[in-house]
Design a protein around this ligand. Structure first.
Ligand code: ADP
Ligand code: MG
Length: 345
């Protein structure tokens, strides 16, 4: 008798998580939200605690031939803090687990920790534990972050309503373009080790790839302005993919406008140099770790003048679909390309 075998690539990362979730039963009444958002949400009296974890694997998420160890440590923390921010929560503690091969020296591990400690300082969190083990397949770093927010002020992916305004912070596509630059310079270097990489011209995009920053500044500002977004998530897999998550979980549609999408000049110019469409980079580039959120129209005045929040569109009825209005005013259907870790056909 042959057992059924489904390739992971056939259902994709999100399909796999959904399928695993079907087997999971919530037993504790304190578990307010389990799988399915940027972080889990746990009851803590007047507050809720949020918990999130992310794994970085050598050869999949980073390449040590161009990722400095201290940046890697910083990034491993920042990507988790970004998920705490995405719940509208303030991070408080992290745990750090690492798997190392004997290729790494004590000094190398200390370099990773210098980055971890710099991030802990910047985001005001304590490193409270973790695990250390050996690895046969390169370096693995797993960070878990804990945060908290007043009960009722936590923000899920599921709260967007028709007519809400869609906002993104910062600029998008830079981390993807930075990766292209780093990969190209690596190839040049491998072909001729005497060549010095030419990275100055690309310093913004490469730093966005190597040392992303979580947007805690925005979370503090939203608090000061007394704005609670109706829905929110961080942009780790690409804007289009994240909009699909918000629409699916909120049961709404969306229209965004090409001329409102934020892109940095260096990202734009470098995309053109690589023969890539800058707008495709903005829509589908991963790892920018900016925030995507929706606000009620009544809050627009409070954010209107903010220099780093961009209003890219609005929420529509679910059956209106998901559209990008181009500069030539044609509405094209959005595709959720996402950042595909498994080979999806
Ligand atoms: P993010 O990109 O914000 O880190 P993910 O797409 O990685 O979110 O995860 C989506 C949801 O699925 C989260 O709630 C996460 O905790 C959950 N999840 C991911 N992988 C697993 C797994 N192997 N087992 C249980 N839950 C998982
Ligand atoms: Mg996230």
């Amino acid at each position: 008798m042959s057992e059924k075998r489904t390739e992971i690539g056939a259902i994709g990362e999100f399909g796999l998580i959904e399928r695993l979730n079907e087997q999971i039963k919530i037993r504790q009444k304190g578990t307010l939200k389990g799988i399915g958002d940027d972080a889990a949400v746990l009851d803590a009296g007047d507050m809720v605690k949020v918990v999130t974890t992310d794994l970085l694997l050598e050869g999949v998420h980073f390449d040590l031939s161009y990722a400095p160890l201290h940046h890697l440590g910083f990034k491993a923390v920042a990507v988790n803090i970004s998920d705490v921010a995405a719940m509208n929560a303030i991070p408080t503690q992290i745990t750090v687990s690492i798997a190392l091969s004997n290729r790494f020296s004590v000094e190398a591990v200390e370099a990773i920790y210098a980055g971890i400690n710099a991030a802990a300082e910047q985001y005001n969190v304590d490193v409270i534990g973790g695990d250390t083990t050996s690895s046969r397949s390169g370096l693995v770093i797993s960070v878990t972050a804990i945060g908290e927010v007043e009960k009722g002020k936590e923000v899920y992916r599921s709260g967007a309503k028709e007519n809400d305004i869609v906002c993104v912070t910062g600029d998008l596509g830079a981390a993807l373009i930075g990766l292209q630059v780093l990969e190209r310079e690596k190839e040049v270097y491998m072909a001729n080790p005497n060549m010095q990489p030419e990275l100055d011209k690309y310093s913004y995009v490469t730093s966005r790839q190597l040392k992303p920053d979580a947007r805690m500044d925005i979370i503090h500002e939203l608090r000061d302005l007394e704005v609670v977004p109706t829905s929110m998530m961080d942009i780790s897999d690409g804007l289009a993919s994240e909009l699909f998550h918000i629409c699916k979980q909120s049961k709404v549609g969306v229209t965004i406008y090409e001329d409102k999408l934020p892109i940095d000049k260096q990202t734009f110019d470098t995309a053109v140099e690589f023969n890539m469409d800058p707008i495709t980079c903005v829509l589908n580039g991963g790892e920018d770790y900016e925030l995507l959120f929706t606000i009620d129209q009544k809050d627009f005045d409070k954010l209107e003048k903010h220099p780093d929040i961009h209003f890219i569109g609005h929420i529509t009825k679910e059956d209106s679909g998901k559209f990008l209005v181009t500069k030539s005013e044609t509405a094209v259907e959005l595709k959720a390309q996402g950042w595909v870790h498994f080979n999806q056909k």
